[in-house]
Write a protein that binds this ligand. Structure first.
Ligand code: TYD
Ligand code: MG
Length: 394
């Protein structure tokens, strides 16, 4: 080890500060970054847009197996991307890509997408586990060998993993996920893995006619349209895999007109929602038996984590009592059957996300495991059970 020279890794700015932030302060020379996301979310757009700035200082080779050079050019024109240092190659054969890299000696290689690339050494079809693995390995060697920064686009399937397999995550230096609702314009970039930086930073973009625009204040963007001072709304923070995500839970509680109260839940696990309702009635003392309850999670998120219980309970109580929840408050905690609040995992990570998105108060179970670092500017309201929580908030 004493013989190895270290020094800081060499970084350069991509020209998109939200992307640089997620990468841990810019792209690292000789690294491979995997950019995953659902089809149509804007991966190609993001990659093409960062070329605009990067090609002022770097030579870039943009390899596409999905679009022809002409199509890329048309898209680039629409995005106002141009430059002499930007080379396009419409190719799916890995050997030819390698040849082009050796011939051109670019500083940055962009591959769109890993699922279209194939290696002659594998007999399976492009996009199969073997191919995707083999191609990524070769690109990784290219990156390390040539000191080249490689960005690889990967489509994720319904289960949310790149190319079905999680096989790529352990191989590459950095895994970014580009997420968002197709019908909504906001896009979130998260790092699921980063060998050169922290993974708890997020970048927010907005998809507009002229391409992706950076959103400097994501707290407003993510919870956009959140009603101010309206009863029945509460924000929580859930972990999506390794990633904390803020979500707004809404509840509407109204007197029931029929014998059987109606309960619906959209985005919140139905059985958990019924459990929270029952605990709220029995342990919280709210007479919900003659009320309809409608539950909805904003933004199309699906919450299946017990840590969202407390927010749902507060939203329900807030609607029942017609009393709004403070707008700068987030609730995190699991509700037990006796009305006790149970600790949740990764509380530190959640709190930093809560603070990062501009909230100043967080109500949490008082028994939290481990040592907790509370971010500056965040006030913790610690409660033992739901009665204390209701007394403190609604
Ligand atoms: P794209 O980058 O092609 O997605 P991906 O590579 O992740 O599959 O983005 C496609 C969508 O983005 C498409 O539905 C249209 C939209 N879009 C805009 O709204 N504005 C633009 O300037 C561009 C280029 C795309
Ligand atoms: Mg694409």
């Amino acid at each position: 080890m004493t013989e190895v020279e270290s020094g800081d890794e060499l970084r350069f700015a991509t020209g998109m500060s939200e992307l640089d932030r997620v990468l841990g302060g810019g792209a690292v020379k000789g690294s491979l970054v995997l950019l995953g996301g659902a089809p149509g979310i804007g991966k190609s757009t993001l990659m093409l847009q960062i070329c605009q700035q990067m090609c002022k200082t770097c030579k870039i080779l943009y390899v596409s197996g999905e679009e022809s050079a002409r199509q890329i050019k048309l898209r680039a024109e629409r995005l106002n991307v141009s430059g002499d240092n930007l080379y396009l190659l419409a190719e799916t054969d890995l050997d030819r890509v390698q040849e082009a890299v050796h011939q051109l000696q670019p500083d940055v290689l962009i591959v769109d997408s890993i699922q279209t690339l194939y290696s002659g050494e594998q007999t399976t079809s492009p996009g199969s586990v073997g191919q995707v693995k083999e191609c990524t390995m070769t690109l990784m060697q290219l990156a390390k060998g040539e000191g080249l920064t490689v960005f690889v686009i990967g489509h994720i399937n319904k289960e949310g993993s790149i190319a079905g397999p999680k096989v790529l995550e352990h191989m590459v230096d950095c895994v970014l996920y580009f997420e968002g609702e197709q019908q909504m314009s906001y896009r979130i970039l998260r790092a699921a893995k980063n060998r050169f930086g922290a993974t708890n930073e997020i970048g927010v973009f907005e998809m507009q006619d002229g391409g992706l625009i950076e959103v400097p204040n994501p707290s407003e963007a993510l919870l956009e349209g959140r009603p101010v001072n309206a009863p029945g709304s509460c924000v929580t923070c859930v972990m999506e895999g390794a990633r904390p995500v803020l979500a707004e839970v809404q509840a509407l509680v109204v007197p029931s007109n029929f014998g059987n109260p109606r309960r619906t839940s959209n985005g919140f696990d139905y059985n958990r929602a019924m459990l929270v309702l029952a605990v709220l009635e029995k342990r919280g003392g709210l007479l919900l038996g003659n009320c309809d309850a409608y539950i909805n999670v904003i933004g199309g998120l699906s919450l299946d984590e017990p840590a969202a219980d407390l927010a749902l309970m507060i939203a329900l109580a807030s609607s029942f009592r017609d009393k709004p929840v403070p707008g700068d408050l987030v609730a995190v905690g699991e509700v037990g059957l006796t009305g006790e609040l149970r600790s949740v995992n990764c509380l530190g990570q959640r709190l930093s996300e809560v603070r990062r998105l501009g909230f100043t108060k967080c109500i949490v179970p008082s028994r939290s495991s481990g040592k907790l670092i509370v971010p500056e500017g965040l006030e913790l309201i610690r409660v033992d059970n739901i009665r204390q929580a209701l007394a403190a908030i609604v």
